[in-house]
Each structure stands twice: as C-alpha cells, then as structure tokens.
Write a protein that binds this ligand. Sequence first.
Ligand SMILES: Cc1ncc(COP(=O)(O)O)c(C=O)c1O
Length: 468
Amino acid sequence: MSKEIPGPKTRAVLERGVPLFLNGLNYEKEATRAARRGFRAASQLVIDRAKGDFIWDVDGNKFIDFQNGWATNPLGNAHPEIIEAVTKAFERYGFHYDHPLRYELAEKLAGIMPGNKLPRFSYEVSGTEAAESAVYMAMCYKRRRHVISFSSSYHGNSIGTKVMSGGAPEYKPYLEGWRGGVISAPFPYSDHVPAGMTEEQYSDYCLWYIDTHIPASVAAKDNIAAVLIEPGLAEGGNWIPNKVFLQGIRKICDKNSWLMIADEVLTGLGRTGKMWAVEHYDVIPDIMVVGKNLSGGIEPCAGVAARDEILGDNPEFTAGSTFAGTPAGCAAGLKTLEIFERDNVVEHAAKLTEIAEGIMSSWERKYEIVRQVRGNGLLIGVSFQSPEGKDEDANWWYSRAVRGQMLQNGVWAISDREDTIRMYPALNMEEKTLRDGLAVMEEAIAKINREGQNVGDSPAWPTGVAGF
Ligand SMILES: Cc1ncc(COP(=O)(O)O)c(C=O)c1O
C-alpha cells in the first residue's frame, strides 16, 4: 500500500493556514530551510475522523495512531463512554466553578497517588499551568526563591514553564532575563554519555552537580525550594533516567530539605505500564503534576497533587484559573479512572510493553541506522544515526525518512525536533494493532537502512516544519 501523503485535500487545508497561523507564516521559510539542509520537511496530517486505535485524514487515508493526541488519549480516540459522561456533565452543570464532581475526582486521585502520600489536589486547566503552579506552591511553602530543573526537560509553553524547561535557546529567545530563580542541571541521557565515562559515572556526575556544585557555586542550599523533574523526559526526546539517578534526586532533596516535584503530565496515569512512572523507581515525590491522560482524551483536566502539609497549610500560595476543574473535565477524569479500574488498563499497558520490547529489542543490532531503542512502557523512542557518521542533520534525515515511510504505509508517529521517532500508543490498544504498527515501522526502517538517502518515495511537496 502506498499513499500520497499529504493528499490534495490535506494540502488545501494546510495552505489555508498559511495566512492564519504561526506555522503558516513560517511555512515557506522552514520548508526552504529543510530543503537546503538536505531533507524534506516532515509531513503533517489533518484529521478528519478519529476512533479507537485509528485516525483518518481529510483525504480518507487511515492510520494506526501512535501519536495519540500527543500522549493524551489513554483509552484511544473519542472513547464513547467518556464522551457520554462529559456530555451529561455539560447538560447538567454547563460551567460553574463549584460542583460535586471536583470533590469526587480529588478523592479518587488521593486514593491512587503513590504510596497514598499526596492527598491534596489543586486543579488547573493544562499541564503547563499545573507545572508552574507546582513550582510556585513549593516556593511559597518553603519560602525560598530557587528551583532546579533539567536540560532537555519540557514543562510547557508559557513564560514560566519555558524558562523552567531545558531545550535549545531558540525555544525561548528574549527570556534570558526571565530565568529568575531557575537553575538548570544536567540530565543523564543514555544516548549522549560523555567520552571516557560509563553511563553510571555520568549519572553520578549529574547527581554531584546538583548536590555539590549548585549549593557551592550557584545558590545557597537554604534558598532552593525544589527540584522539578520528569521521571522520563518525553518531549525532550523520550529519555528515561536510571534508578540510581531518580533515587539519588530523592536522597539529595531529603538531605537538603528541598521538595521533589515529579512532572508526570505525560508519564502519569499508566503511560509507563504503571500508574505513575515514579513507581518504577520506588520514589515518592512531595508534589506531583498531572494532566494529559486525566482528560480521557476528551476534555482538559490537570492539576497538582501534594503532601498534606504542603497544600493544607500554605497561606501565601494561590493558583487556579476560571476553567480549572470544570464539571466536564472532572467527569472525563472520573470516567477515565473508572474504566482504568474496570478494564485493568494499566496491566494491559504493561502487557503491550512486553510485546513492544520483544519486537523492538533486536533493532539496534539488526539495523545500522538505529542508534537506540529506548522507553518506559508505552513511552517509546527510537533514535537514528547516519551510517556515514555524518552530522546531526544527517541523523535527522534518517528519523524523518523512516517516519515518512511509516506514514506512507499507514502508521502515524512523531518526529518533531530530534533524531528520534516518538510513539505513544493508547494504553488499551488491541495487541494486533500494536504488532501491525510495529511491523510497518520495522519495514520502514529496513527499507531506509537498505536504500539510504536514495529512497525516493517521500513527496516533494513540503508540508511544514515538524512531523506531528
Ligand atoms: C512533562 C510535561 N509537562 C507539562 C506539559 C505541558 O502540558 P500542556 O501541553 O497540557 O500544557 C507537557 C506537555 O507535553 C509535558 O510533557
């Protein structure tokens, strides 16, 4: 099967966006830039219909969905029971701030937090707001001005979360003066271990930097409120920290009286095959940021869970916004958790993980262009390298070429900024669909591995900057 991706209707819609949207304005420039660097800008899909494990674009092409609304549809696309629950909430309450569902969902969440140690909850609309709010909560509670966050981390797109996120300076120009109390620390990437170091030595160095270098040279330890960490950097390239590192962060926080904030917006609620990613590490944070999956893929719902005393007695802290904890958002969260329990969704995700690992574990050995297969549960990343040992652009070319080939053959994955293809299958995906999707991916890898840059089946028509 080979499709024209993007098809004529998709192109027409994307072209309508040229005068309307940010990426529309950048569109031609970026496409030219992509062409100059030797690769086609990655294809973009415009969704016409979404159901369960599949999506259809406006040209009628059907795809297995490994993109998953950016890891936001834990039970697949447009889950009918969640839509029904949300519709009922709309019909009954419209929008009002206070309603029984916000209490019910907070109670439910308290019951599933790691170790039952984070019983209080503060609602927010998005993961971005929740991440900011968590940091401010820690600062007010500790009455301290600094927070430590990590290179390549991603916490959102507001000014506050941009400066707390790692990532390249191009992602946050003009905000240099807004960094305020944010201290950036190195994260131990498994794929970029400095020459001469083992992976263990590298992660020890990162811990040393936080525990020793920062208090000695950057900020007094008594003025640091918290360490903000994703227990699995997702947007930054699906980097998974090792156990020693995350447990080391917990120990350092305890030793220095800093709070540990786990941003589980993407890793949380089953994405890693456990309810929370921190459970893989036997670590309980003091504060946890939640979003994405809690929406059931239907209606925004996010927030911050915290230890009793942090939210129970924190008079200076204020947070929230008009639409934080809407009836419809809480209904989506409640129904999602009900289905998780009823259908053993987290266990199913763990089973899918085993299947994916079984299929993918040989790829590094089999294909020269595959640099690393990594992940935690259904947070899956495959990074690529140029066999000719060329520069970063060449690595990017390979990830985009593989993704393009996957699209041609009916599988939708993300390759947005990096040499990495990222995938977030629904946690309740049919086993067969997962196997089919990974078979398509392996075929695509084999083809690009074999034919290299001579591969000639991606469309010449450039369709935007990022592959999402
Ligand atoms: C770890 C993490 N934190 C925060 C956010 C921001 O969430 P949202 O896009 O819902 O504002 C994201 C989004 O991808 C994320 O991955």
